[in-house]
Write a protein that binds this ligand. Sequence first.
Ligand code: 4NP
Length: 173
Amino acid sequence: MLPSMPDPPDRPIRVMFTCLGNICRSPLAEALFRKHVRDAGLEARFEIASSGTGDWHVGSGADPRSAAHARSLGVSLDGHRAQQLTADHLAHFDHVLVMDKANLGDALALDSDEAHGAKVRLLREFDPDPDDYAVPDPYYGGADGFAHVQAVVDRSTRHLLGGLAAHYGLKAE
Ligand code: 4NP
């Protein structure tokens, strides 16, 4: 279930994708969700971003391995610059989709007033084939890890859009 809120808000719905470094998984999730939104004619209805819970890569571009997978699906990560998830982001965004349970714990730790926890969800809750609910960290692994991330993130973001469109009663414009 998505957290309840006015349906639909009279402003774009704010969606944040969060991983650890904001260079591999969440930039790909951001770009693929943006593509699904555009394909559905819903661009005007969403504000979309990505971030990492860690600060090591702030200001860096996307990992070239993720960028190559993005290109193979027709999207570009060229303009990406990594940023760190903040408490202000948690207040601003309506939905924060994290890649694994470590991201979930780190994101919830920013919510010191316990006001925004219901917004933070594992992306794979929206995956019809969720396995262990994690988008595994591919950073230190081989090419197989990135191929798996690509397939899981593409499918999960597609179903996330379906879930949000149903929840908010969105129709293509
Ligand atoms: P991401 O991957 O969280 O999907 O962006 C990682 C990127 C960098 C590191 C770990 C994971 N790192 O340890 O630097």
